[in-house]
Design a protein around this ligand. Structure first.
Ligand SMILES: [Zn+2]
Ligand SMILES: [Zn+2]
Length: 368
C-alpha cells in the first residue's frame, strides 16, 4: 500500500478527536482514486459513529461494492495464471533479460508447432517474472477461455462490461519472441482488457494479463488506467464477443492455431465445470466476494485448488489418450516473403488476415 496515496482519516470522522474505532464495513477497501490507496474511516466512539452514519452510509456502501470488484479481479487473474501454467505451450529455450526488455528464444529445433509443455521455472526469478511469462500473449486468450468465470464473478456487481483493445503506452516490461532462425518479433500487439462499470457507477480496468507489460494490478480505476497505459483504443467489443468469435472460427478454420484453440477450449470446459462445481458445493461467487477476509481467502484457495486439480487431471487423461497430439493440417509457418511473421502469441490462436471477414480489425492482431 502506498503511504502517500492513502486517504486515511486519523481523527474521528464526526468530531475530529483522536479515534481508534474503525468502520468495519469499509475498512481497507480500495479508495477508487489511486492505484493502491485504501480507505479507513475512524471514530472516537459509538456515539460519533451513529451520528455520522447518515453521511457515511452511501460512501460505505460504494466502498464495499468496489471491494468486490477488486476481489473478483484478483481471483480471475489467479485462475487465468493457473490455467496458463497448466496449459503452457510457449516454447522457451532461454530468456535474455536486458533491462526491461526480455528476449524469449525458441529452441533451435522449434518449428511452428503447438503442444503442451511444462512451464520453465528456471527462466524466472520472482512471482512477478513468472506472471509476466505466464501472461505473455494471453490477454485475448483470457477472454476466450475464462469468459464464464469473468461473467459469474462480475455479473452481480456490474452494470456494464466491455472488451476493449488498445495500443499500449508506458509499459515497464517488453517481452519479445525470437524464432529459431533468429527473427525477433517486434510487433506492437494490442492489449485487451475488460472495462467494467460497477453498480455504484465507478469504472475500472480489469487486466488479468498485464504482467507481460510489467503491470501487476488486476484492477485499476478506469481513468488512471486510460491516462497512463492506453495510447489509443483500437476497438471495443461486447462482453463475450471474443469468445463467440473463437467458437465460430473453430468450425471452419483448419490451421495450426485452431488446433491449439481446440485443445484450450477443452481445458476451458474443465475450468468452467470446476468453477460450477465450486459454486454448487462451496459457495456461489456472489456470496464468495462478500465473505469476511479470512474466510474469503480460504475459499479462494479451495477454488484455485479445485481448478488446478481438474485441469491437471484432464492433462494427464488427455496425454494418455493422445487428445493433445496436434497434427498440423496446413502449416502456415512464416515464409521468407511473408512480411507479417507469426508471434509467440500465435500459439494461442492468431487470426490469419483472411479471418478479417468475420473478425474485423481483430484479424491481424488478436493476441496481445
Ligand atoms: Zn468523535
Ligand atoms: Zn464504512
Amino acid at each position: 500500500m502506498s503511504s502517500t496515496a492513502d486517504p486515511i482519516t486519523h481523527g474521528c470522522a464526526q468530531c475530529g478527536k483522536q479515534a481508534t474505532l474503525k468502520c468495519k464495513g469499509c475498512m481497507n477497501t480500495p479508495d477508487g482514486k489511486t492505484i493502491d490507496g485504501v480507505i479507513v474511516i475512524r471514530y472516537c466512539g459509538i456515539e460519533c459513529q451513529k451520528s455520522n452514519w447518515s453521511t457515511h452510509q452511501p460512501v460505505c456502501k460504494t466502498a464495499q461494492l468496489r471491494k468486490k470488484i477488486y476481489r473478483a479481479g484478483s481471483l480471475a487473474r489467479e485462475a487465468c495464471l493457473t490455467f496458463n501454467r497448466i496449459t503452457y505451450s510457449c516454447p522457451v529455450d532461454r530468456i535474455e533479460k536486458l533491462g526491461n526488455t526480455w528476449k524469449i528464444y525458441a529452441p533451435e529445433d522449434y518449428k511452428d508447432q503447438c503442444q503442451l509443455m511444462p512451464f520453465p521455472p528456471d527462466c524466472v526469478t520472482s512471482p512477478e517474472e513468472e506472471n509476466a511469462l505466464l501472461s505473455f500473449g494471453h490477454c485475448t486468450a483470457a477472454l476466450c477461455y475464462q469468459h464464464h468465470l469473468f461473467k459469474d464473478l462480475l455479473r452481480s456487481y456490474c452494470s456494464a462490461i466491455e472488451e476493449t483493445s488498445f495500443k499500449v503506452k508506458n509499459r515497464s516490461l517488453r517481452l519479445l519472441f525470437v524464432f529459431a532462425d533468429g527473427f525477433v518479433d517486434h510487433t506492437d500487439y494490442y492489449h485487451t482488457i475488460l472495462k467494467v462499470t460497477v453498480k455504484n457507477g465507478e469504472q475500472y480496468a480489469l487486466d488479468v494479463a498485464g504482467a507481460q507489460n510489467g503491470w501487476h494490478e488486476s484492477v485499476v480505476p478506469w481513468e488512471i488506467y486510460a491516462n497512463t497505459r492506453v495510447q489509443c483504443t483500437a476497438w471495443t467489443l461486447q462482453f463475450g464477443q471474443t469468445q463467440d468469435q473463437l467458437h465460430a472460427k473453430l468450425f471452419w478454420d483448419g490451421d495450426l492455431h485452431s488446433y491449439c484453440d481446440q485443445v484450450l477450449v477443452k481445458f476451458a470446459k474443465k475450468l468452467r465445470s470446476a468453477a460450477d462445481d465450486f459454486q454448487k458445493r462451496q459457495v456461489a461467487f456472489k456470496a464468495l466476494l462478500n465473505l469476511p477476509e479470512g474466510e474469503y481467502e480460504a475459499k479462494c484457495a479451495v477454488l484455485i485448488d479445485g481448478i488446478c486439480h481438474a485441469l491437471e487431471a484432464f492433462k494427464v487423461y488427455g496425454e494418455k489418450r493422445g487428445l493433445f497430439q496436434i497434427k498440423v493440417a496446413k502449416n502456415k509457418g512464416r515464409g521468407t516473403n511473408d512480411p507479417k511473421p507469426k508471434s509467440a502469441s500465435t500459439m494461442r490462436g492468431e487470426k490469419t488476415p483472411d479471418v478479417g471477414m468475420i473478425f474485423g480489425a481483430q484479424a491481424i492482431r488478436l493476441p496481445s
